[in-house]
Write a protein that binds this ligand. Structure first.
Ligand code: NAD
Length: 327
């Protein structure tokens, strides 16, 4: 039986991944790692064990791994793209010094490690259409620089020490349980909150700007299925392109209008977010993930839009906890 530590369990992805892992492997086998001030709440706190797991504190990570006999670590600690640009030193400290601590513990204790990369690991010189698995990665954001380093360091630990490191380059993740943490693709989540409240949405990204996106259930499956994949089939490890849908603000606006014809969107472009978005792929080629571990997506734009609107409307009826203006 696996014993899993999720570092960053209270974030957008971690809060749902921890619950999915508990469903799959048993509640007591999945530890929700958190930092002080970001304690787990509700079902996340009640359904299984939790422990302080700050990646910048190597001894604390080692102690949790020892205490719970951990064999698999999902390391989700990071500052996202927009936040990282304003706190570059901290972004590096968490993303890279922290990763080093995690990989060292994994080497000593023989743990497998999943540390996500991102579409942010690419840059302006990368081919934007059907971005290949192996291609130019020259990002100019500190987020992207740290993600390329994450990929290289994770591969180095695999080749040098045999640590079972694996990861995916996540697109923008769309979900309704926990608000996103300050990324360039957050607009594609925020827009749903405005639509459900019946308010006009002001989009910070220009019409025509394509980016890869993925609905949370597909993202969770990608993370879990890659870690369960037969290692003999893996030609790549850090990190796999995974794709589901690629759209611009107009396309998601119209997809929402299909369900809510009264919904309105206007533009007020944020220069930082726009410049980051333009440096990222329009659409990734994820054929390596499909060939090497049978990756597939279930949700396209219309299916995701219908589900988001339905789930968020139910949450609102039940007093939605995530008001965008408070984020
Ligand atoms: P998030 O910002 O919502 O959550 C990050 C988590 O890290 C939080 O729980 C935070 O408390 C925790 N954290 C911060 N500092 C820490 C530290 N020192 N030690 C331990 N934990 C710490 O981010 P997310 O959206 O859940 O992203 C998780 C991972 O997936 C990140 O590596 C991110 O770069 C990657 N990713 C996310 C997206 C997306 O759209 N959400 C897209 C691509 C890649």
């Amino acid at each position: 039986m696996k014993n899993i530590l999720v570092i960053g369990s209270t974030g957008q992805i971690g809060s749902e991944l921890t619950m999915s892992l508990r469903e799959r492997y048993g509640n007591s086998h999945v530890v929700a790692g958190y930092i002080k001030g970001c304690e787990p709440k509700g079902m996340l706190a009640e359904s299984g064990p939790s422990a302080v797991a700050d990646v910048t504190d190597a001894e604390a990570i080692a102690e949790v791994v020892r205490q719970y006999n951990i064999d698999t670590i999902y390391n989700l600690a990071a500052l996202l793209s927009v936040v990282a640009e304003s706190k570059p030193r901290l972004a590096w400290h968490i993303g890279i010094d922290g990763l080093w601590n995690v990989l060292e513990v994994a080497r000593e204790k023989h743990c497998a490690v999943f540390t996500p990369s991102s579409i942010g690991s690419f840059g302006l010189e990368t081919p934007h259409d059907m971005t290949p698995q192996d291609t130019i990665q020259r990002p100019r954001t500190i987020y992207g620089v740290s993600k390329v380093t994450t990929e290289l360091l994770s591969d180095w630990y695999f080749h040098k020490y045999g640590v079972d490191t694996r990861s995916v380059r996540f697109p923008g993740i769309i979900s309704y349980m926990t608000p996103p943490g300050g990324g360039t693709t957050d607009y594609a989540v925020d827009i749903f909150y405005y639509a459900v409240r019946g308010e006009q949405f002001t989009c910070p990204i220009k019409a025509g700007t394509l980016m890869d996106m993925m609905y949370m259930p597909d993202a969770l499956r990608a993370a879990m299925e890659l870690m369960e994949a037969n290692p003999d089939r893996l030609v790549h490890r850090n990190s796999f392109n995974v794709a589901a849908m690629s759209f611009d603000p107009e396309a998601i606006y119209h997809a929402i209008q299909e369900v809510k014809p009264e919904f309105r969107m206007v533009y007020e472009v944020d220069p930082l977010k726009q410049s980051i978005a333009e440096s990222w792929p329009d659409k990734m080629d994820d054929s390596c993930a499909r060939n090497e571990w049978d990756w597939h997506h279930d949700y396209d734009l219309p299916a995701m839009t219908r589900d988001m609107l339905q789930k968020l409307s139910m949450l609102r009826a039940d007093a939605c906890p995530c008001e965008p203006q408070q984020r």
